[in-house]
Design a protein around this ligand. Structure first.
Ligand code: ADP
Ligand code: MG
Length: 278
């Protein structure tokens, strides 16, 4: 079996098809300095409101942390932003002009919104380099790309990403031989290949060693600015180490927002989330 066939068959359909778009997507207009507008968002599952009139505004270039107890709606919010779940009501805009509700999952990915799920899904039987190469090729064009060789600009891009994720020198290793933390970084690298404007990262440090957690904090901090990063995380030490602004979700709505210190001292937050037992 050829590598490209192997790749197509091993990649779940719902992860493959966002890459099939070939036409140039419209550019995002972040001129008001807000990259993502979420307004009045509600989603129900069998009458249960997973999101309940939620409002959220993410500035261009910021690193935002989303926290909240299990079931608060964090993953559902990411599902709606990325077009995986349809909302019952509300609006989601990418910059001033792009209504994400007009678009499907593939179109939203092509606009420059990358998402990292909680579980790493690298191709373990392939090398680190090949994982990045495949991410590059599917991002460009599956039909043309998988058959052709990479040009020097593309090789430079891979080298740059390897350095960013701290895996330079390890490109010939099989991804399956990486540590759990390195696999997570490789997957972040596979997202970075597409140069997303907005990255949504769900629980990146779950299962990591303290050193890996620290390195991930540095990595995500270094990515913000040039791009916008929204991180869902339970590890409060980690959140404390990276966050400028923390948004606390509770029962599908925003309970509090501010610096880690403001949020930690908010009585409502203490009561429902940060209180005893956390
Ligand atoms: N596809 C679904 N069908 C039914 N209920 C769901 C679905 N997705 C999420 N929920 C429910 O919505 C609530 C919010 O879930 P989720 O967004 O995963 O929370 P979090 O990521 O903050 O832990 C939970 O009560 C969950 O059980
Ligand atoms: Mg979740």
């Amino acid at each position: 079996m050829s590598l490209s066939e192997d790749f197509r068959q091993s990649m779940p359909r719902d992860q493959l098809w966002p890459f099939l778009i070939e036409k140039q997507p419209p550019a995002v207009d972040a001129s008001k300095n807000i990259l993502l507008y979420v307004e009045g968002l509600s989603v129900s599952f069998d009458g249960f409101k997973a999101l309940n009139d939620l409002n959220l505004y993410i500035n261009d270039g910021e690193l935002r942390c989303l926290i909240g107890a299990n079931g608060a709606g964090k993953t559902t919010l990411m599902d709606v932003i990325t077009g995986k779940t349809r909302a019952d009501s509300g609006q989601v805009w990418f910059g001033q002009t792009l209504d994400l509700f007009d678009r499907d999952e593939a179109e939203i990915a092509a606009l420059g919104i990358g998402r990292k799920f909680q579980k790493p899904s690298v191709f373990e039987a392939q090398t680190v380099f090949t994982n990045l190469e495949l991410a590059m090729k599917v991002n460009k064009s599956i039909f043309y790309g998988l058959l052709s060789r990479l040009g020097s600009a593309e090789l430079d891009r891979i080298a740059h990403v390897l350095e960013t994720i701290g895996l330079q020198g390890q490109e010939s290793m099989l991804a399956g031989a990486l540590s759990h933390g390195q696999k997570q970084w490789l997957e972040i690298g596979m997202l970075l290949i597409a140069d997303p404007r907005l990255m949504l990262v769900d629980e990146p440090v779950a299962g990591m060693t303290p050193q890996e957690t620290e390195r991930t904090a540095e990595l995500l901090t270094s990515l913000a600015g040039e791009r916008t990063v929204v991180v869902v995380e339970h590890d409060m030490e980690f959140v404390r180490s990276i966050a400028r602004t923390v948004t606390v979700l509770h029962q599908g709505a925003v309970l509090a927002e501010g610096s880690m210190q403001e949020v930690q001292n908010n009585p409502e937050v203490i009561e429902v989330y940060l209180g005893e037992g956390h």
